[in-house]
Design a protein around this ligand. Structure first.
Ligand code: BGC
Length: 387
């Protein structure tokens, strides 16, 4: 336990300078508390941060990995970045190795948030602070901080955009005179990801009054998160479920289907492929149901631009990476990162101090202002649907 902390404290003076030089502007999870330097000041390059990311099959995690790595390197840390191909044992092994290879701080975006207690116990015994990245790590006391987005709000925003797309709400979110009924289907994320439950709860709290009023009808009757879930957020699994729903409840494609709640762009594209194959579309104006999403993946942004997918939720991974770097700097200088939420993220053992970032809904009309003007994508990337 003490081994790492003494090394970290030795590096505190050097890193405090690095932190001042690299802290990115505005309202971040800065450090609080006193640094406790002792012994010979080390340089920041003596400190290694292990970064465990879930997969490279989704664009967002590649962007997260790259942004965290470059931010840490700019702050003078050594970085050991690993992707686990969405395979739980691979991620467990990678974290075990980071610990044995001498990581001083860990940043972990888990695959299964309940599967890392053994690794984090070893990290605690070695005195390594752990930052949960985007996804909460559950069932362990050994997670020290959590950087993420406002996950409940993501669900609220997804459901709100579904209601706006259907015309139940106007663009400002006020109820219109339209009472439907609109036929919808509901998709959720992977049940082993804590976020999936936040997204679902935010979405269902928003949709339920309209379901109760009969404005929305879930055609299949599948309204529990277990029925709607998509293991590992898989596009193929979502496409298969959509195909099955179309066969069973929409006469193979001729039945009326107005909207689909989708929690992630990869899932949305699986759903849209199934809908296209069954003859829906080609565009929302021409029979394609209103489909939501999340992450502003370039292929989905192009579909939104073409009026095929209705919306996505933009999570600026550059800002999340920045918060992870700031938190790592705080721990590396013997401080505690500043949280802006200390109530909502109970991991089953404790409430983990968290820093939450805000999200933005993207529809066709604001691709330019939100994604292009901010430099997240170029107009050419949106045009061709590829990075
Ligand atoms: C993330 C989402 C992402 C999903 C699938 C969730 O944990 O918060 O942004 O869409 O995983 O990768």
């Amino acid at each position: 336990m003490k081994r790492k902390l003494s090394k970290i404290f030795a590096g505190a003076a050097a890193l405090a300078t690095a932190a001042t030089l690299t802290a990115c502007g505005g309202g971040g999870a800065g450090a609080s508390g006193d640094a406790s330097p002792g012994g010979e000041p080390a340089t920041s390059s003596d400190i290694t941060v292990g970064v465990a990311m879930p997969t490279q099959t989704s664009e967002r995690w590649i962007a997260d990995g790259n942004s965290v790595q470059s931010g840490l390197e700019a702050a003078g840390f050594n970085v050991n970045l690993q992707f686990a191909n969405d395979d739980i044992p691979t991620q467990q092994q990678q974290i075990d190795q980071m610990i044995t290879q001498g990581a001083d701080v860990l940043i972990v975006a888990s695959i299964d948030g309940t599967a890392l207690a053994t690794q984090l116990q070893a990290a605690a015994e070695a005195g390594i602070p752990v930052i949960a990245y985007d996804r909460l790590i559950r069932d362990t006391a050994n997670v020290d901080f959590y950087v993420t987005f406002d996950n409940y709000q993501v669900g609220v925003d997804q459901a709100t955009s579904l209601l706006i797309g259907l015309g139940v709400l106007d663009a400002d979110g006020n109820e219109t005179d339209s009472t439907g009924p609109y036929t919808v289907e509901l998709f959720a994320g992977s049940l082993d990801d804590n976020n999936a439950h936040f997204f679902w709860n935010g979405a269902m709290d928003t949709l339920q009054p309209f379901i109760d009023a009969g404005t929305l009808v879930v055609g299949s009757g599948q309204t529990s998160i277990e029925q709607a879930a998509t293991l590992r957020w898989s596009q193929e699994t979502a496409q298969r479920r959509m195909e099955d729903l179309i066969t069973a409840h929409y006469s193979g494609g001729s039945g009326q289907l107005d909207g689909i709640l989708s929690p992630f762009d990869g899932i949305s594209r699986g759903i849209i492929t199934a809908l296209q194959n069954a003859g829906y579309g080609p565009t929302i104006g021409q029979g394609m149901p209103v489909v939501t999403g999340q992450d502003a993946e370039i292929a989905s942004v192009a579909l939104i631009d073409q009026d095929v997918q209705y919306s996505t939720i933009f999570k600026d991974t550059r800002l999340l990476a920045e918060q992870a770097v700031i938190a790592a700097q705080a721990f590396a200088t013997g401080n505690t990162p500043e949280a802006n939420n200390t109530t909502d993220y109970d991991n089953g053992v404790k409430v983990v101090p968290s820093f939450l970032l805000q999200v933005e809904t993207v529809i066709r009309d604001n691709i330019q202002t939100v994604l292009i003007d901010s430099g997240f994508f170029t107009a050419e990337q949106v045009e061709r649907g590829q990075l």
